[in-house]
Design a protein around this ligand. Structure first.
Ligand code: TMP
Length: 207
């Protein structure tokens, strides 16, 4: 089973990964967790290029292709082989991040993005996508050290994150069988409870 975690910046998804994977292990499954961009030797080098603060002149198309290059590598090298072995794979971000951020956020044509994503992933679609949904102000203030400083961000950043969040909600509404919305404004413990409940309805103890 291939599970992906998606959500805007500051949605708190990454901190939930260790307890979630431990829970799935307790049901008798082998679990592998990965993160994007990166997660392979080659992907980590691509991540560095994407994240470098001085790469300010990076063209949006270059950025998309780099995200997708790192994704192609991790799908081929790690995710597909592990799924074939019956391992439950949890990926912290996947193709839907590109649709939400580059598509809805930056306005790149969604049809074109879907073609690039299908090429990069060889058509691998998650079985379950957990959307960590939180309003933009809460998400951004969680990202600021000390909190409460989100209002110093310029309007563009807030508007961008609003488009990303709405994009996620639209993607989830279009494919309700795959997506599940988690209220990420709750305490971390409550979020973990909701995650475990969601997993239990789809993945019983291993027979
Ligand atoms: P995060 O995983 O710590 O949230 O950081 C990854 C950042 O990269 C986050 O701001 C979302 C962004 N991103 C994209 O814009 N497109 C993508 O395809 C992926 C995987 C991430």
């Amino acid at each position: 089973m291939f599970i992906t975690l998606e959500g805007p910046d500051g949605s708190g998804k990454s901190m939930q990964v260790p307890a979630l994977s431990e829970f799935i292990r307790s049901l008798g499954y082998q679990v592998l967790t990965t993160r994007e961009p990166g997660g392979t030797f080659i992907g980590d080098q691509i991540r560095e290029v994407i994240m470098r603060m001085d790469n300010t002149s990076m063209h949006p198309r270059t950025e998309i292709l780099l995200f997708c290059a790192a994704r192609a590598q991790i799908v081929a090298e790690v995710i597909r082989p592990q799924l074939e072995q019956g391992v439950v794979v949890i990926s912290d971000r996947y193709a839907d991040s590109t649709l939400a951020y580059q598509g809805y956020g930056h306005g790149i044509d969604l049809t074109v993005l879907r073609q690039i994503l299908s090429f990069a992933t060889g058509g691998l679609v998650p079985d379950l996508t957990l959307l960590f949904d939180v309003d933009v102000e809460t998400g951004l203030s969680r990202r600021q050290s000390g909190g409460g400083e989100w209002n110093r961000l310029d309007d563009y950043a807030v508007a961008f994150h609003r488009r990303v969040r709405n994009g996620y909600l639209e993607l989830a509404a279009a494919e309700p069988a795959r997506w599940l919305r988690i209220d990420a404004a709750q305490t971390p413990a409550r979020v973990q409870e909701d995650l475990q409940k969601a997993i239990l309805t789809r993945l019983g103890p291993r027979s």
